[in-house]
Ligand binder design. Structure first.
Ligand SMILES: C[S@@+](CC[C@H](N)C(=O)[O-])C[C@H]1O[C@@H](n2cnc3c(N)ncnc32)[C@H](O)[C@@H]1O
Length: 199
């Protein structure tokens, strides 16, 4: 990531610290650790939530994801514009992750094979994170999965929320070389409903 990204990120953080969530964008090691399992599984289309300055987007493309298979959602107008310019072959949508199902429908995308979240889920109000995870659960294909990182010791999606949304999750990686160290969690449908229309 270029040094300009850090300054850009800091400016957005000063304006809205709760939704940007971190003073520095995700480190490249964490971004790669998020991107590798997604590229390995290759369940298109892949959706990245909270693209920010594009560290995870870049890692996903570096790991071999076709830009046409990627949709990035970013709520901040300035960061959205930055991402759209930086990744012209990627569909970059300005919108709220809490409306993910509607945003995907607007693009003609039925279900996501994988969702990679860069959202600061734990620093958001509980109702907001419930809406976001609910929209993700509705948007995931039966065999789809969600990756979410956390700096905390437990699942960034609370157990009661997982139960209500019929999701299950497990930690899949610990990234020590991130400041602070982060854990990556993988979530999927606990009872995937097989449908002929979705992968
Ligand atoms: C921690 S940053 C992501 C960092 C990004 N991975 C990077 O390295 O630059 C969180 C991003 O999520 C965006 N965001 C926060 N809430 C959102 C929401 N409800 N829907 C979409 N984007 C959101 C913020 O504007 C910010 O760019």
């Amino acid at each position: 990531m270029g040094h300009y990204s850090g300054a850009m990120f800091f400016t957005r953080w000063l304006r809205d610290p709760r939704s940007v969530g971190s003073v520095i964008p995700s480190g490249q090691t964490l971004a790669l650790a998020m991107a590798q399992p997604v590229a390995k599984a290759y369940r298109a289309p892949v959706v990245e939530l909270g693209g920010g300055t594009g560290t995870v987007t870049e890692a996903l493309l570096e790991c071999g994801l076709d830009p046409r298979d990627l949709v990035v959602v970013e709520r901040d107008a300035y960061l959205h514009q930055h991402l759209a310019r930086r990744f012209p072959a990627v569909r970059v949508v300005r919108g709220d992750a809490a409306h993910l199902d509607r945003l995907l429908a607007g693009l003609g995308v039925a279900k996501a094979g994988a969702v990679v979240s860069g959202l600061p889920l734990l620093s958001l109000p509980l109702l907001k994170s419930r809406r976001i995870v609910g929209a993700i659960a509705r948007s995931l294909a039966p065999s789809g999965f969600l990756l979410q990182f956390t700096y905390g010791p437990t699942s960034p999606v609370p157990a009661r929320m997982l139960e209500a949304l019929e999701l299950r999750g497990e930690p899949i990686d610990r990234v020590w070389r991130n400041v602070p160290p982060a854990t990556i969690w993988r979530y999927e449908h606990a009872r995937p409903r097989i449908s002929a229309a979705t992968p």
